[in-house]
Ligand binder design. Structure first.
Ligand code: ADP
Length: 275
């Protein structure tokens, strides 16, 4: 049997693979279409615990859709996504048929995943610290005091310890994005999804945001899936790079190999165009 096509198939890559046979993330025969536009077709890949994987590829190749499917912001058209072996939105029943999970079951798994978007998406009517404590209080059931204490530590970590009571609109884009990172981390996710988090920023604000993410990568074992055009950053933090074209992984490698010695013609062209 083709093990890569079974849920919970063992993965060989990844720094912290614990050998229990369950990758942190498994995509199994995943398909996604918008109307007639088939964006992903029978996509299979695994991500190990603690592994940081960068998705690269031309615009429209399906990278953001992959993150949004994991975040359950888009509905799967076909196939299965597993988190630690647990089905996210669909499972196979005993007869091998594909059935949708119940909303309650989905929300349990979904809580293990955090996402930071290109456009920050902070709640505009709340202070910085309220943005961060909202979900820990209402979703994780933390007390207000506990959530605030943790939020303050996170704000210190992202260099905004003195801005807790400020309104987000008074912050620069880079500061808002650091709040968004703190907000995602406050949910203590096992998986962090980063979708072009510096693309909307003025160039001089990019460095601080990437610096914060470097710290997160170096100080935690959060599994990360990143879409980014910052190739030096990708090279520094990721264990593996996957090159997408038209919804397929056409090449994957460790970042040094991918960036200095790409094998596929399309990867060469893509990297030449952006580097
Ligand atoms: P990438 O992140 O690689 O640029 P995307 O995942 O954003 O690619 O998009 C892949 C394809 O899916 C594109 O053709 C895009 O137009 C389409 N698409 C993405 N989101 C939607 C949507 N909500 N409705 C319709 N089409 C969409």
């Amino acid at each position: 049997p083709d093990l890569s096509k079974q849920s919970g198939a063992a993965v060989q890559t990844g720094p912290d693979f614990d050998g229990n046979g369950r990758p942190r993330i498994a995509f199994e025969d995943v398909s996604k279409q918008f109307g007639k536009n088939v964006v992903l077709n029978d996509l299979n890949f695994n991500v190990a615990k603690g592994e940081r994987v960068t998705l690269i590829g031309p615009s429209g190749s399906g990278k953001t859709t992959i993150l949004r499917l994991l975040m359950t912001l888009e509905e799967l058209s076909g196939g299965f996504i597993y988190v630690d072996g647990d089905p996210l939105t669909h499972r196979k029943n005993d007869a091998g048929k594909r059935v949708a999970m119940k909303p309650k079951e989905i929300s349990v798994i979904r809580k293990r995943i955090g996402m930071v978007f290109q456009q920050f998406n902070l709640f505009p009517n709340m202070s910085v610290i309220e943005n961060i404590t909202e979900a820990p209080i209402h979703v994780l059931g933390q007390s207000k005091d506990e959530a605030r204490e943790k939020a303050k530590k996170l704000l210190d970590q992202v260099g905004l310890g003195d801005r807790a009571e400020e309104h987000p609109t008074r912050l620069s884009g880079g500061q808002q994005q650091r709040v968004a990172i703190a907000r995602a981390l406050a949910m203590e996710p096992e998986i962090l999804l980063l979708d072009e988090v510096t693309s909307a920023l003025d160039p001089e604000l990019v460095g601080d945001v990437l610096g914060v993410l470097r710290d997160v990568a170096n100080s935690t074992d959060i599994t990360m899936l990143l879409v980014t055009h910052e190739m030096q950053f990708a090279r520094d933090v990721s264990h593996r790079v996957m090159m997408f074209d038209a919804g397929h992984i056409i090449e994957e490698a460790e970042p040094d190999a991918m960036f200095s010695d790409p094998q596929h013609e399309r990867t060469k062209k893509f990297l030449q165009a952006i580097l």
